[in-house]
Design a protein around this ligand. Structure first.
Ligand code: PMP
Length: 284
C-alpha cells in the first residue's frame, strides 16, 4: 500500500481522508502539479514549483510550505514508496468550508495532498508506436493557463477519442489548435520548423514544452510559436505531444489521416532523445 502525504502527515493511502466539504471536491477549487520521477529523482522540480507559484497566485491561494519543505515532502514520498520511475502528484485546494461560493477568509487552512504513482516513462510503447489523435472543439473555460483540477472536459475529450479508437484529442478553438487534452501539441513543417502554439490564456504553459523549446533553440533548429490548424497538422511532416510523464510522443495519425509516412518521424525521435538526455542530466 502506498504512503501518501495529507496536510502535514505521511499516512497509508487507506487512511488518507478528505472532508466532503472540501472545496476541491465541491468546486474543483484547487490546483495541481505533476513532476516526473526517473531513477528515484525529480525532473525539473524547480520549474514545476515556479508554475505552482503562478497557479497559486492566479487563484489567490496562499500556501505556507516553502521550496525546501515541498522538495522534502516529494523526496520523502519517493523514498517511502520506493519509486524508481513515474510521477509525484501534488494538489492544493482551498480547504474545507460549508457550501459557499465566496472564498473563506485569507489564512484559512488549505488541503495539501501528494502521492506517487509508478509509470513506465523511458520505455513507453507509445513513444515507439506513436499516437493517433482526433480533433475536437476546445470547450474548456477561458483560463486554461492555470493548472486547476477542473479537468472534466479533458476526461470527456479523452473518452470521445477512445470511442473512436484513437489515443487522444487535440483541441481546436476558433479554427486553431490550442493544445492536447493533457499535453502540448507540436508539428514539424516540411522545411524543418518546429511549430507550437504561442502561450496565452488558451493553453497550459507546459514545463516539457518550455524545456523542449530551449533544446530546439540550443540545437539551432527553427522554432515558430504560432497558431496552426488541424489541416496544417495533417499535412505536416511530423507531429508530436509533450507532457511531464510522456516526455515526447510522436503523433502519427490525425482524424484518420497519416502524418508524414504514418510512422514516428526522425526529428521527433531525435527531440525525444534530447529531452531524455536533458531529464537525466537535471534529475535531483
Ligand atoms: N496541457 C494540458 C492541458 C495539460 O494537462 C498538461 C499536463 N498536465 C500539459 C499541457 C503538459 O504540461 P507539462 O509538460 O507541464 O506536463
Amino acid at each position: 500500500m502506498r504512503t501518501v502525504y495529507l496536510n502535514g502527515e505521511f499516512v497509508p493511502e487507506s487512511e488518507a481522508k478528505i472532508s466532503v466539504f472540501d472545496r476541491g471536491f465541491m468546486f474543483a477549487d484547487g490546483i495541481y502539479e505533476v513532476t516526473a520521477v526517473l531513477q528515484g529523482r525529480l525532473v525539473d522540480f524547480d520549474l514545476h514549483l515556479a508554475r505552482l507559484a503562478r497557479s497559486l497566485g492566479e487563484m489567490a491561494l496562499q500556501l505556507s510550505l516553502d521550496r525546501e519543505q515541498l522538495l522534502a515532502i516529494h523526496q520523502e514520498l519517493i523514498t517511502r514508496n520506493q519509486l524508481q520511475e513515474g510521477l509525484v502528484y501534488m494538489q492544493v485546494s482551498r480547504g474545507v468550508q460549508d457550501r459557499n461560493f465566496l472564498y473563506p477568509p485569507v489564512g484559512s487552512p488549505l488541503t495539501v495532498v501528494l502521492y506517487t504513482q509508478a509509470k513506465v516513462v523511458l520505455d513507453s510503447p507509445l513513444a515507439k508506436r506513436g499516437m493517433s489523435i482526433i480533433g475536437l472543439p476546445d470547450l474548456r473555460w477561458g483560463r486554461s493557463d492555470i493548472k486547476t483540477t477542473q479537468l472534466l472536459y479533458a476526461c470527456m475529450a479523452k473518452e470521445q477519442a477512445r470511442a473512436q479508437g484513437a489515443d487522444d484529442a487535440w483541441l481546436v478553438k476558433d479554427g486553431w489548435i490550442t493544445e492536447g487534452t493533457s499535453n502540448n501539441a507540436f508539428i514539424i513543417t516540411h522545411d524543418g520548423a518546429v511549430v507550437t502554439r504561442e502561450l496565452s490564456r488558451a493553453l497550459l504553459p507546459g514545463i516539457t514544452r518550455g524545456a523542449l523549446i530551449a533544446l530546439v533553440k540550443e540545437h539551432d533548429l527553427r522554432l515558430e510559436e504560432r497558431a496552426y490548424t488541424l489541416e496544417e497538422a495533417q499535412g505536416a511532416t511530423e507531429a508530436f505531444i509533450t507532457s511531464s510523464t510522456s516526455f515526447i510522443y510522436p503523433v502519427v495519425n490525425i482524424d484518420g489521416h497519416p502524418v508524414g509516412d504514418g510512422k514516428p518521424g526522425p526529428l521527433t525521435r531525435r527531440l525525444r532523445q534530447l529531452y531524455i538526455d536533458h531529464a537525466l542530466a537535471v534529475i535531483a
